[in-house]
Design a protein around this ligand. Structure first.
Ligand code: EPU
Length: 448
């Protein structure tokens, strides 16, 4: 739809402090990495806490930029957000004075759109900016909007903002998505918890972070259940109560460190990580020849096959859960540069998530991009330190992985992007023997 100038035509993005990582590659990493709580669960729970006026308490929340952005966005609405100690957040949404989520929040983080469902269903109205987020494709929000309409909301789009209202309570209904959407499922589910009557969401995304959100909602007194793998059903309640919840471990952070061990020929213990949510990724590691063993509260990684030239080229394709996560496609592509033979990567979810491979190519990787969704990788390639630029969160972490595998020094510009989603990434890498230094590099106004 053609878009007029937003209200915020005078909007000037806040300057972002740019950072550079200098990584000296070629060291096998070894030791213990504590795995933090899941970003993509914690962000949704902070939004879900606005469904009640009572206090909610979250533990194991990752200390990352996106969580800080969500907390600040809530505070701007009049919500009380306390941060009594590291990894603990408390949210009390008794008085929400301002049912308006501005472009300033949306431009920083797509997950700000997760406030649509809960604010609309509890307060009957909200004005919310069209979100930005990672530079990994168009990423529209039409499914979220249609889901709200299916529950009886009226939504107009004007000047870059969605104006959503619900006459009285939202009404339960049938939500049929044309394809699976993670946040679409979550927004619909949050809206339905306070709607009148029964809601069915199909096909519902099956990501473990959604099941963690369901557990939290149940703790709040919501009647919500995954009745089939691809179906979530909700019986709306008049009100929900405060609750306490511990966020599940971050499977994407765990997968990133599995590759860190693999591409450096190292041995790592990922403390607090669970194999439960990583089955397809671990199967992929198995096919390549990376040793991964699962304990009750840790994952052990053995990358010794790298040194024996034993990694095998394979074909991979991303898919919604339980398939191979798109968020682990970039790290997996780095691993495949070290495997013997020709690998094919099919990124099936997002349209611009292979572009960053151009940066790894500058480091000596032999990669051919057939189109926006398909790449061919010839390995093994000796990666060589170079000057590269990070464009988004997952590509950023993956460039660090490539740099750790490379000979010589890699200078990674735009390193601040990784703080959006990885807690203390520099400290975690230093503690397992990486040679890595972070420094400031002026400022820019690129949305993170
Ligand atoms: N889509 C639409 N219309 C919509 C919503 C989605 O066309 O209204 C399309 C998207 O453009 C995409 C596909 O549907 O092609 C699937 O997107 P989905 O809605 O599942 O993604 P998301 O909910 O926006 C979440 C994660 C992403 C992760 C994807 C896929 C959060 C905050 N974000 O995004 O995580 O890649 O699911 O698993 O949960 C990250 O953490 O780095 C990240 C990008």
């Amino acid at each position: 739809m053609a878009d007029a100038k937003p209200f915020h035509w005078e909007y000037n993005p806040e300057p972002v402090a740019r950072e550079v990582f200098r990584v000296e590659g070629g060291h096998a990493l070894s030791g213990v990495v504590p795995i933090s709580g899941a970003k993509n669960a914690a962000l949704k729970m902070l939004a879900a806490a606005t469904l009640t006026g009572e206090r909610c308490r979250f533990t194991n929340v990752p200390e990352i930029e996106d969580v800080r952005v969500m907390a600040d966005t809530l505070r701007d609405l009049g919500v009380v957000v306390d941060h009594p100690e590291a990894n603990v957040y408390e949210v009390a949404s008794g008085d929400v004075e301002w049912l308006f989520v501005p472009l300033e929040a949306a431009a920083k983080m797509r997950a700000s759109f997760m406030l649509l469902g809960p604010l609309l269903t509890r307060f009957g109205r909200v004005i919310i900016s069209n979100p930005g987020g990672d530079r990994i494709g168009r990423r529209p929000v039409d499914l979220h909007v249609e889901a709200m309409r299916a529950l009886g909301a009226s939504i107009d789009y004007r000047n870059g903002y969605y104006f959503a209202t619900a006459p009285g309570r939202l009404r339960g209904g049938e939500i049929r998505f044309p394809f699976v959407s993670v946040m679409g499922t979550e927004n619909a589910m949050l809206a339905a918890t306070l709607a009148e009557g029964h809601t069915t969401i199909r096909p519902a995304a099956q990501e473990p972070e959604i099941d963690d959100l369901i557990t939290f909602l149940q703790e709040m007194g919501a009647e919500v259940e995954r009745t089939y793998p691809d179906t979530i059903e909700i019986e709306g309640r008049k009100r929900l109560r405060g609750a306490e919840h511990r966020v599940i471990p971050d499977r994407i952070e765990a997968g990133t460190f599995i590759i860190a061990g693999a591409v450096t020929g190292g041995r790592l213990t990922l403390q607090g990580a669970s194999c439960d949510h990583l089955a397809s990724f671990i199967e992929t590691m198995d096919r390549v020849g990376v040793g991964v063993s699962c304990g009750s509260d840790a994952i052990e990684v053995d990358g010794s096959a790298l040194l024996e030239g034993g990694y095998r080229a394979i074909d991979v394709e991303t898919a919604p859960y339980p398939g191979l996560p798109t968020d682990l496609q970039p790290p997996t592509a780095v691993l495949l540069t070290q495997a013997t033979g020709t690998s094919h990567v099919h990124e099936a979810i997002f349209e611009d998530r292979l572009e960053w491979l151009a940066e790894v190519r500058r480091m000596g990787a032999r990669i051919d991009m057939a189109d926006a969704h398909h790449a061919t990788i010839e390995g093994p390639a000796q990666l060589i330190g170079a000057e590269v630029e990070i464009g988004d969160l997952r590509a950023g972490a993956s460039l660090i992985l490539a740099a750790l595998a490379a000979q010589g020094t890699t200078v990674i510009h735009g390193a601040h992007h990784v703080h959006r989603g990885y807690e203390n990434i520099e400290r975690k890498f230093l503690d397992i023997g990486a040679s890595l230094a972070r420094s400031a590099e002026g400022t820019d106004v690129t949305p993170t």
